[in-house]
Structure formats: structure tokens, C-alpha cells
Write a protein of this length. Structure first.
Length: 518
């Protein structure tokens, strides 16, 4: 049976139909990216009298927001003990406050506006079930979180149907349907000089007295302020974000199971990793179960990750039916705290929100509130911990070197391996082959049509890797992804891939077409 690869959240919401940008316009704030951070920032700024324009390359909330586990929690695996040690208690307090505030923000908005988005209060657990070395770390995390005012306890029992060695429980957390929530918020944005544009990709920014956002439609948005909330910043502004972040992929599946789904939201720190929560569905509940994180385009065939999770879930629950499976991509910063604030010290009117790791629900909302405060008041109580210009610690500097070394290896490593010297592919298969003496990406679709591509990433030139589960070419360096036909699935790349005979893509951004505009 062909399984459904659309994320549950997207499959259970109506498609949006906001217009493309067809004229040059002027607003107070241009917001690039229609995910949770961009939509929340637009909502808050419009409430405060600003005219805003959200510019989304695809459809709003379909990208990262539509692929998450949608836990609204300040529990970000084990973060507080480490953050206190790295940054000190005052800075860690900012992170705790920002994320705790984000939970209350969503709760109040949902209740105050009667938003139908399956919002439910839940406890959140981080546990270890087979590795004793994590027990002490989890105890310390509970103490650190409690010292920052979070209602957190170390516990030896959880609602899970198997014993754990220890867990930290955060109380008063929540979960929801992220797209139902975001679309409800988005409805408030258009009108009175504010806009949402879909199918419009921002390709550059020029900052002079005002900022000009150029798009692939050949039309521009001019604005006093710009917020880059495009997951990975599409515009770097010499902020060196490409050297300060790395992408990871992980996998999620939705199942009907025999048992009652444990009450709460769970993630472990030992191996094999798993994350799970319930989701109301057709009068009952389904299980969302995920894990298998790995750096993008590194490691084994991607389809293996789904199979590993299918096996793991069956060791815990009795699966009646698999409904959906999908993957997601997250960006990690060097010290695991997002970059939110001015893009660089030389771009006073351009703001960025990125690097949410796997914890984009509360961090996106916190980011929107921080940037709204920076625009309106010039400061935010949480600006220091999130500042993209914060000083890099010695520990993070070590990671910086490691990550860069990895990127350098990816730039050349693929070029040194010998590709297959003939195109020998079954239908539905892809791999690197030799074509006219050059390493070339090849994919044969179900009908036997062959697609050949120059698989040098159009961002900064790393060699792309075949992703057999999603039928895409993925970049190990900064996470750009391309469909088997060369069109962009996600950036930072702005140019699609070409047939090797045509050479590296040189077309102008304003004549590009992009995929997934359903
Ligand atoms: Fe940066 Fe590919 S080289 S995403």
C-alpha cells in the first residue's frame, strides 16, 4: 500500500490561497517567511498599528510549521543546566522566561479568540529508559529549570507503558494543531494596508534609508524594517550564518494504535531516540511517533529511518494502522540557542529569527515578541540570550570549527568518490552516476523517465546527496533541498538545478519557478 507522505497537519487543513505579489508596494515592515514566527510577528505588529507584508515562497505554514511535533513547551530536551553553565543564570532566566511566556501567549490567544486548533494542556517529559549515565543529567536539569521558576520535577514514574530510569516533568505545557492555529492568526493580517503574499520568493534585500526586498516575481516590497523568518536566512548580510548553523533531519509517523495513548508529551535522551504525543483525530486519538535525527544528507539511506521507527513503535504499542509519515528539517546554532535580533550590527533595520533547533513553537513565538519589541521600543527583556551577535563561548567555538570542517569535507568529498560509470537505475531509483565524464545526479521515475542533474548545490557549491525516501537531492552543508527535477524544495539555495549539459544555473531569480505551489 502506498503510504501517505503528507504531514498530518497539512493533510487535515484546507489549502490557503493568498495572492502572489504583482505590484511594487510599500509597508512599515516586510516579513519574509509565513511560518509561525512570521505570522505571529505580523499579527503583533499590525495590532500595534504597523502596516505589514508577509512574503512566503510556498504556502503559509506549510514548511517547518507544517512538519513539527507541535509541542508548545519550554522543555527543550536538556537545555537549562547547560545554559546556566554556559551563559550564567541571568541569561538562562531570559530563555526560560521567553519560552514560558510563549506558552501563556498561545493559551491566552486560543482561549480569548476561541481558536479551534486542538489546544490541550499537557505535561512534558524528558526521560532515559536504558542509559543510567543520563539520570544525573536529568536530575540536574530538573533542578536548573526549577531554579528558573519553571514548574519542573525529577520523577521515577511516567505515564509511559514501560519503566524509565528517570525523567524530568514540566507542568503546564501544551500541544496544538500548528496549522489550524497559524491560519486562524493569519486571517487577521490582510487589510488596512497589510498583506500576505504566497508563491513569492524573496531573493535579495537592499538596505539604504529604507529596505527593499526583491522577489522572484520581479516586484519589490519597500519597508522601514525587514524581518527574515525564512527558517534558514535567505539573505546573509555578511552575518556568516552559513558558518554558524547546521541542518538536521528527523522523521515522524502517525499511527492508530490499540492501547490508550499515554497522557503527556515525551522525548528521550538515550538511544534509540523517540518523541511521542497524542493528537485528537476523528473523535478518537492517534499517536505521533518520531525520532532518528541525523545531520542532513549524512548517514544511511533515508528510507531506513522510517523503517527503524516502524520497528521501534511496534516494540511499545500494538499498531492498527499507519496513517502518515513525513520528515522535517531543523537548524542548530553553535550553542543551541536561536539567533533572534538584528541580522548584523551593520544592518539596523533588518532582523532575523532562525536556529530554533527542534523547538520552534515557543521559540518562534518568543522570537516574534522580541523583534516586535525591538522595532517598537528598541529593546526586549530577552534580547541578550537570543542576540545573533552574542559572544561565542569557547565550547561553541570548538563546535564552530567542527561544523566548518564538516562543510569543507562535504565540498570536496563527493567529488573524490568514483560514481557508477553507467546509468543503471530501476524505476523510482536515484543515485550519482558518471555522465560525459562528470559526476551527475540521476533519477528514473515510476514511468521510466530519466532526470539528469548537475548536483553541485547552487547555494555555495557542496555536492548534493540522494534522499531515497523523499526522492530529493539534499545538501549536507546548509540543508538546501531540490526535487528530482531540480526545482527547489527548500533554501537557502535560490537557484534550481540544471541538466548537466546546460551548466550551473545562471537564470535570473525573477524568472524562476518553484515547486509545491499547489
Ligand atoms: Fe549551502 Fe548547499 S552549499 S545549502
Amino acid at each position: 500500500m502506498e503510504r501517505n507522505t503528507i504531514p498530518y497537519w497539512i493533510a487535515t487543513t484546507e489549502d490557503t490561497n493568498y495572492p502572489e505579489l504583482t505590484d511594487d508596494i510599500n509597508v512599515d515592515v516586510g516579513i519574509v517567511g509565513g511560518g509561525l514566527a512570521g505570522i505571529t510577528a505580523a499579527h503583533l505588529l499590525k495590532e500595534n498599528g504597523f502596516k505589514v507584508a508577509v512574503i512566503e515562497a510556498d504556502r503559509i505554514s506549510k514548511a517547518t510549521t507544517g512538519h513539527t511535533t507541535a509541542k508548545i513547551t519550554s522543555q527543550h530536551s536538556l537545555i537549562y543546566d547547560k545554559t546556566i553553565k554556559t551563559f550564567g543564570k541571568e541569561m538562562a532566566q531570559q530563555y526560560a522566561d521567553a519560552n514560558q511566556h510563549a506558552i501563556k501567549f498561545v493559551r491566552n490567544l486560543v482561549k480569548g479568540n476561541d481558536i479551534q486548533c486542538n489546544f490541550e494542556d499537557k505535561s512534558a517529559y524528558v526521560f532515559t529508559y536504558q542509559d543510567p549515565k543520563y539520570v544525573e543529567k536529568i536530575k540536574k536539569e530538573a533542578e536548573a529549570a526549577a531554579s528558573l521558576g519553571i514548574s519542573a520535577q525529577f520523577v521515577l514514574e511516567t505515564p509511559l507503558p514501560f519503566p524509565v530510569l528517570g525523567a524530568v516533568r514540566f507542568n503546564d505545557q501544551a500541544q496544538f494543531h500548528p496549522i489550524k492555529y497559524a491560519l486562524s492568526l493569519a486571517k487577521k493580517i490582510p487589510g488596512e494596508g497589510s498583506h500576505i503574499f504566497e508563491g513569492t520568493r524573496a531573493v535579495d534585500i537592499e538596505e539604504e534609508k529604507t529596505c527593499t526586498i526583491k522577489t522572484n516575481k520581479g516586484k519589490k516590497v519597500t519597508a522601514r524594517h525587514v524581518i527574515i523568518a525564512s527558517h534558514y536566512p535567505f539573505y546573509d548580510g555578511k552575518g556568516m550564518y552559513f558558518a554558524r548553523m547546521y541542518p538536521e533531519r528527523s522523521y515522524l509517523l502517525a499511527f492508530k494504535i490499540e492501547e490508550i495513548i499515554p497522557e503527556g508529551m515525551f522525548i528521550n535522551v538515550d538511544t534509540p531516540g523517540m518523541t511521542l504525543r497524542s493528537q485528537p483525530h476523528e473523535g478518537g486519538q492517534i499517536l505521533l511517533f518520531g525520532g532518528e535525527s541525523h545531520k542532513t544528507a549524512h548517514g544511511e539511506q533515508t528510507s531506513t529511518h522510517y523503517e527503524n521507527l516502524r520497528k521501534l513503535v511496534r516494540t511499545i504499542f500494538t499498531v492498527k494502522e499507519e496513517l502518515y509519515h513525513w520528515s522535517t528539517q531543523d537548524y542548530y546554532t553553535l550553542d543551541e540557542i536561536p539567533y533572534v535580533g538584528k541580522l548584523t550590527s551593520n544592518t539596523p533595520n533588518i532582523y532575523v529569527a532562525t536556529g530554533f533547533r527542534k523547538w520552534g513553537m515557543t521559540n518562534a513565538i518568543a522570537a516574534a515578541i522580541i523583534i516586535k519589541d525591538l522595532i517598537i521600543k528598541g529593546e526586549s527583556p530577552w534580547q541578550d540570550i537570543y542576540s545573533p551577535q552574542r559572544s561565542t563561548t569557547a565550547k561553541a567555538a570548538g563546535t564552530f570549527i567542527t561544523q566548518n570542517a564538516d562543510v569543507a569535507v562535504q565540498l570536496v568529498s563527493g567529488k573524490l568518490e568514483n560514481p557508477d560509470d553507467h546509468i543503471d537505475l530501476g524505476n523510482g531509483e536515484g543515485k550519482v552516476v558518471e555522465y560525459k565524464g562528470k559526476r551527475t545526479g540521476a533519477y528514473k521515475d515510476r514511468d521510466g523517465k530519466l532526470y539528469l542533474l548537475d548536483i553541485t548545490c547552487t547555494h555555495l557549491g557542496c555536492e548534493l546527496q540522494w534522499n531515497d525516501a523523499e526522492k530529493s537531492w539534499d545538501c549536507p552543508c546548509h540543508g538546501s533541498r531540490f526535487s528530482y527535477d531540480g526545482s527547489i524544495i527548500e533554501g537557502p539555495a535560490l537557484y534550481p538545478l540544471n541538466h548537466p549539459d546546460k551548466g550551473r544555473n545562471q537564470v535570473e531569480p525573477n524568472v524562476l519557478t518553484f515547486k509545491n505551489l499547489s
